[in-house]
Design a binder for this molecule. Structure first.
Ligand SMILES: *Cc1c(COP(=O)(O)O)cnc(C)c1O
Length: 415
């Protein structure tokens, strides 16, 4: 049967594939009908606070390059030099011959930065989570996971074959209930959560979660992907900011966000790292991250240590932006960070608002299911150290006032 689907850009495809692939175009047509069909966006080449592609130049409010390091000349120079001395690809996984002296140095420096015994580099943060969770928990074990955890943690839980108990988002009381009901029957217990949630910009109740981990002798895996480099006195993340110290603590981070490079890492006790190098399949069976990328990350580590004003100014600017958005009638949820959601609701409305901003010169993507629950589509705005006050003013002017919500708010207050 012929199935037609078309993208916003006008590109369309008439299916009519023969079995066994006929179901694919039917699935796409259904996504289109539900306003959930995603087309690959224009290829953006220039990747700084400005992005450029398809003849358009846009101010970028979509990037996770929170400290503005991805195009920093110091990182670029380090990567270029490493590329010349070590080549582009590593040729194999770390255990065979892929681990360079630059990787070894980066692991040493990461452990120092994170104030842990050891660190292990992965090709990406996704690979780290997908490898670490199944290495820590198996059949007979119990995992307790926040409902809004990142997809890579969810996949890690699925791969683990452990019993996974999902607690309501940021609800430590629900976590306590689930632990009371299921922890004692399990061989090992693992609690898993993002520290800073990637869509809502809100923060896990880490002190309460760590107290529960202690009470149940559970391993605690914290994913600091969006928090590393941004939160904490030294930029280690939210566990540092919350003063969490616990023997069972294992932290995952990424070099692809605030560090402006690419690659994931795990930090913790030496024995844990030795074990993961044996048992995390995404470490053992994947080619090592390019040494040029590791060299850039090494420079980023120095910048994070030496230029704390990047993170303090960013968090102050984010707090101001949240207030100004709220004053204009926009709902920013429970955001406490540089990730600021603008709640919209229906997927089609979110796409339309994103399109309107794009026409005004701003790139703020609409986030739709399955990244968020149905009916909770939003614009995800991320602020970085590279945004100037003029850029932020321009965005607020383009957004204007959200009359609908402002009216609803006034009505609410009258009652
Ligand atoms: C981005 C992200 C990851 C994946 O990191 P990559 O290095 O981009 O693969 C993992 N966890 C969370 C919470 C993230 O936001």
């Amino acid at each position: 049967m012929a199935t037609t689907y078309s993208f916003r850009s006008g590109r369309s495809l008439t299916g009519g594939y023969m079995p066994p692939l006929d179901w694919i175009s039917a699935e796409l047509a259904e996504l289109l009908q539900r306003d959930l069909l995603r087309e690959l966006p224009a290829a953006f080449d220039l990747q700084t606070v400005m992005i450029e592609g398809a003849g358009q130049r846009l101010i970028n409010f979509a990037s996770n390059d929170y400290l503005g390091l991805a195009a920093d000349p110091r990182l670029v120079a380090a990567a270029t030099e490493a590329c010349q001395t070590t080549g582009v690809g590593r040729g194999s996984s770390p255990l065979i011959c892929g681990r360079s002296t630059i990787h070894a140095e980066l692991e040493r420096r990461l452990a120092e930065f994170e104030h842990t015994e050891a660190a292990l580099l992965f090709p990406s943060g996704f690979a780290a989570n997908a490898g670490v969770v199944p290495a820590l928990a198996d059949r007979g074990d119990a995992i307790f996971a926040d409902a809004k955890n990142h997809a890579s943690l969810i996949d890690g839980c699925r791969l683990s074959r452990a019993e996974t108990h999902v607690y309501r988002h940021n609800d430590a009381a629900h976590l306590a209930e689930l632990l009371a009901a299921h922890a004692s029957a399990a061989r090992r217990t693992l609690i898993v959560t993002d520290t800073l949630f990637s869509m809502d910009g809100d923060v896990a109740p880490l002190a309460e979660i760590a107290a529960l981990a202690r009470r149940y002798d559970a391993m605690l895996l914290l994913d600091e992907a969006h928090a590393t480099g941004v939160f904490g006195d030294r930029g280690r993340g939210l566990a540092e900011a919350a003063g969490i110290e616990y023997d069972g603590l294992i932290r995952v981070g990424t070099l692809s966000k605030a560090f402006g490079a690419a690659g994931g890492f795990v930090v913790g006790p030496q024995a844990l790292i030795d074990y993961l190098a044996n048992r995390a399949r995404s470490y053992v069976f994947s080619t090592a991250q390019p040494a040029s990328t590791a060299a850039a990350a090494l420079v980023a580590l120095h910048v994070v240590a030496d230029e704390p004003q990047r993170r303090t100014q960013l968090l102050a600017a984010a707090a101001t932006l949240r207030k100004r958005l709220q004053a204009a009638g926009w709902r920013t949820g429970d955001s406490r960070s540089q990730i600021i959601p603008i709640a919209v609701g229906p997927a089609a409305d979110a796409v339309a608002l994103s399109q309107r901003l794009r026409e005004a010169g701003f790139w703020v993507p609409a986030i739709r299911p399955p990244s968020v629950p149905p009916g909770e589509s939003l614009l995800r705005l991320s602020l970085t150290a590279s945004h100037t006050p003029e850029m932020v003013d321009g965005l607020l002017a383009a957004l204007g006032t959200n009359h609908q919500d402002a009216q609803a708010q006034r009505k609410h207050e009258e009652f």
